[in-house]
Ligand binder design. Structure first.
Ligand code: SAH
Ligand code: DHB
Ligand code: MG
Length: 222
């Protein structure tokens, strides 16, 4: 577990960007309040990243989105905002308590009809999704030790042209020298996987803000 360290000026710039052009609104403010009230970890994506997920869904014209790691539904709500009324976000969450808070938040945001929360270890849920139609966009943001497993499942559940986003791939720069941190080693291995897999074309955007020094990978299935 790495300590995420934010420089105050990164946070100030992020807050400026959030209020000037992201403007998530009251439903997302309520999600953040619920995370604090429930004593859940503040590890949701930054507002700037959440809006990026919404815009990416719109750019892709995504109708079917798969998310791994729901927490309180912050990124889920952004993704659901980016798909049409008859689209669907399927989101996998291990902790029943997190899933219950997310369900409440998503319903309060008026998006329950677009979101299907699957409770349990994602590796138990993902095989059940194979019988359904493929996904246009996959957002992976859960236990980092399973990143490669999730990428392999994402490849099984998508088609050429589908988009995969993998959160937390810089991890305060520890990916260069993971040492004894198993998460850092797993994240590094998932980046090596993204670089080596012939069926994926990927890049990484580094970020600095309220989540410290981190970043996300964006890949297209070839
Ligand atoms: N995407 C969310 C944040 C997710 S935090 C957002 O940006 O708002 C990571 C979540 O993954 C936590 O809620 C954690 O309980 C969940 N998680 C951890 N291990 C998991 C697993 N094996 N399967 C599914 N979810 C898991
Ligand atoms: C952690 C997990 C995340 O998904 C994230 O975006 C930030 C931090 C964590 O486990 O510390
Ligand atoms: Mg994350």
């Amino acid at each position: 577990m790495v300590e995420h360290v934010s420089r105050p000026e990164w946070v100030a710039v992020e807050e400026y960007l959030s209020s000037t052009l992201v403007k998530g609104g009251a439903d997302l403010d309520a999600v953040l309040a619920s995370i604090d009230a429930e004593g859940m970890p503040r590890i949701e994506v930054a507002p700037t990243a959440g809006k990026f997920l919404m815009l990416l869904a719109q750019i892709k014209g995504a109708r079917r989105v798969l998310e791994i790691g729901t927490l309180a539904g912050f990124s889920t709500i952004w993704l659901a905002r980016g798909i049409p009324a008859d689209g669907r976000v399927t989101t996998c969450e291990y902790e029943p308590r997190h899933a219950a808070v997310a369900a409440r938040n998503i319903a309060a945001a008026g998006l329950a009809h677009k979101v299907d929360i699957r409770v349990g270890p994602a590796l138990d849920t993902l095989p059940l999704l194979e019988s359904g139609p493929p996904y246009d966009l996959v957002f992976i943001d859960a236990d980092k030790g399973n990143n490669i497993n999730y990428l392999q499942w994402a490849l099984k559940l998508t088609l050429p042209g589908s988009v995969i986003v993998l959160d937390n791939v810089i991890w305060e720069g520890t990916i260069l020298d993971p040492g004894a941190d198993p998460d850092a080693a797993a994240i590094r291995a998932s980046l090596d996987f993204l670089g080596a897999d012939e069926s994926l074309d990927a890049t990484v955007i580094q970020t600095a803000g309220s989540k410290g020094w981190d970043g996300f990978a964006v890949a297209v299935v070839k």
